[in-house]
Design a binder for this molecule. Structure first.
Ligand code: ACO
Ligand code: ZN
Length: 300
């Protein structure tokens, strides 16, 4: 089911119009003309946190009267009262997302989840995410990665209680590391939210300035194409970031990237910030899909 963009309401609430697209496979109550069109759930309880929601999400109709919904932080199943969640928690054995763990370091793990095999988990994840995303279409049945475009990331979310700790940037960085492994150039799916764009510019600036600084120090020529290939950042995003940084200047009748004092100071400031990073050697080697293992079968 695709959900259209929301409108700002004068009272500060967001309104969503819900077109009906029957989905026979869905066990969830489908929205109809009686489905509430404003932010329907005020808060979620998630683990230790009681979190204010931001936008409408198409949770089943039975939740329409609930101010708070209770979500299992492991399997993301949702309940209308705490008692039900507690009953569920006694039986719920999941302690990490389903799927393959493709990366792990001391602080963080990443899982690759197949939307067709983990339908329930992915639906729960989509419903939870929609509470904090206003501009994305929500697809109940999560398809394979879209291969026709060069999108390397569809949608990121850091739950509010963990925002501004560097996880958004880490997710972005991860998407580009995957693109590098796959030898691809990628870009995030549009449209981006304001917070998404802020986070992307933060990542792009550093990745692009890294290359420009190195080239300038070595007095080497550099093309937009080379920046793109080395960072896996799409050329349009490279150009828009350099515009955003006001780095283009006319020089000897050519367009040049000029690193003035302002940009050098910005670069130093960016480099001084503490960041969560992705270490290339922490990927599950099997993830490098272009590497095939060849061996002889053991003889009995
Ligand atoms: N105000 C100003 N700057 C901010 C804010 C904010 N509220 N939030 C993040 N930033 C800046 C940070 O300062 C940081 O920049 P820096 O590295 O130069 O200091 C950069 O954005 C990234 O910050 P993180 O802490 O890594 O990001 P966070 O974990 O908070 O996640 C995210 C960012 C995912 C966009 C989060 O705000 C969120 O989940 N928002 C709701 C969902 C959403 O809008 N997702 C993006 C949709 S678009 C897409 O996915 C393609
Ligand atoms: Zn659970």
């Amino acid at each position: 089911i695709e959900w259209p963009k929301n409108h700002d309401e004068p009272n500060g609430l967001r309104q969503t119009e819900c077109p009906m697209r029957p989905n026979e496979q869905s066990n969830y109550a489908l929205p109809n003309e009686n489905t509430p069109k404003i932010r329907n759930i005020e808060k979620i309880q998630f683990g230790q946190h009681l979190i204010d929601t931001w936008y409408f999400s198409p949770y089943p109709n039975e939740y329409s009267q609930c101010r708070i919904i209770y979500i299992c932080e492991f399997c993301l199943c949702h309940f209308s009262c705490e008692k039900q969640l507690r009953r569920h928690a006694k039986k719920c054995t999941i302690r990490h997302p389903p799927g393959n763990e493709i990366y792990r370091d001391d602080n963080v793990s990443f899982f690759e989840i197949d939307g067709r095999r983990q339908l329930k988990y992915c639906r729960n994840l989509a419903l939870l995410s929609k509470l904090f995303l206003d501009h994305k279409d929500l697809k109940y049945d999560i398809d394979e990665k879209n291969c026709e475009t060069n999108y390397n990331l569809s949608c990121i979310l850091t739950l509010p209680q963990h925002q501004r700790k560097g996880y958004g940037r880490l997710l972005i960085s991860f998407s580009y590391e995957l693109s590098k492994i796959e030898g691809q150039i990628g870009t995030p799916e549009r449209p981006l939210s304001d917070l998404g764009l802020t986070s992307y510019y933060s990542y792009w600036q550093e990745a692009i300035l890294d290359i420009c600084m190195e080239a300038a120090q070595n007095k080497r020529e550099l093309s937009i194409e080379e920046i793109s290939v080395r960072t896996s950042i799409d050329t349009d995003d490279v150009i828009s970031t350099l515009h955003f940084l006001n780095a283009f200047r006319e020089y000897k009748r050519h367009i040049a990237i000029v690193l003035d004092h302002r940009l050098i100071a910005l670069y130093k400031e960016i480099k001084a910030r503490k960041k969560l990073t992705i270490a290339e050697n922490r990927f599950d080697p099997r993830y490098k899909k272009n590497v095939l293992i060849v061996g002889f079968a053991e003889e009995n």
